[in-house]
Design a protein around this ligand. Structure first.
Ligand code: ZN
Length: 221
């Protein structure tokens, strides 16, 4: 699957999961609550309370976001034996401020964590592949078809016409099947002893995942 801003994800069959955009929906409300902080006198109880109200709004959004990522990841892992996705460096992408809010809102980071958690739990394979050329390459003939971010359709001279994200998702699946990625889950028992250590390490990370507090990562408005 290909994660995105237009859709939460698009899979290699062309199905899409809509993006909930919790933050965008709550944005005007949250901005209003934020403005109220600065109308109160510095150091006053009212100012402190306004701050509490503001952080509660944020907490609610990050919880909604996490619940959504968890629910979708669970469904994906239940109905597929192999789940492939790009090994994206979300923290680097968050530095690009024009896209930052949307990316954070799409909660890719949590989604990936949950995918790996449920793949492990259900005995499915989760594979992260290098993201290079997944959107530019034609999934049918492997020709490179250059397109900017605003080009939403992949049109190749080999007569392959697909939504850009569907084309990317197929490429991601191909890469995973040819084992271009690193296996994130050894649930099928194919991996070596080094991976067992990785699995154990990950298990402790998932325990942390249940705590909602650190999950609003990288979000600032
Ligand atoms: Zn082609």
């Amino acid at each position: 699957m290909d994660v995105g801003i237009e859709s939460f994800y698009t899979d290699s069959n062309g199905s899409t999961e809509p993006n909930p955009r919790f933050l965008r929906k709550a944005e005007s409300d949250i901005k209003q609550v934020q403005r109220r902080i600065y109308k109160k006198k510095k150091g006053s109880t009212r100012r402190r309370l306004a701050r509490v109200r503001y952080s509660r709004k944020h907490l609610r959004i990050s919880r909604q976001r996490n619940e959504h990522a968890k629910r979708v990841a669970r469904n994906v892992c239940k109905s597929n034996d192999l789940v492939a996705y790009e090994d994206l460096r979300v923290s680097n992408m968050l530095k690009n401020h024009t896209l930052a809010k949307s990316i954070a809102d799409a909660s890719w980071y949590q989604f990936r964590q949950w995918i790996e958690y449920f793949a492990n739990k259900f005995g499915k394979e989760a594979v992260a592949v290098p993201p290079q050329y997944t959107s530019q390459e034609c999934s049918q003939c492997k020709r490179v078809v250059k397109k900017s971010l605003s080009t939403r359709t992949h049109i190749c001279q080999c007569a392959c016409t697909l939504h850009r994200d569907t084309n990317a998702a197929i490429n991601i699946l191909h890469k995973a099947k040819s084992r271009g990625g690193h296996p994130q889950s050894n649930a099928k028992g194919v991996a070596t002893s080094t991976l067992v250590g990785v699995t154990q390490k990950r298990a402790s990370r998932y325990d942390e995942l249940r705590i909602p507090a650190p999950l609003g990562r990288g979000v600032s408005i």
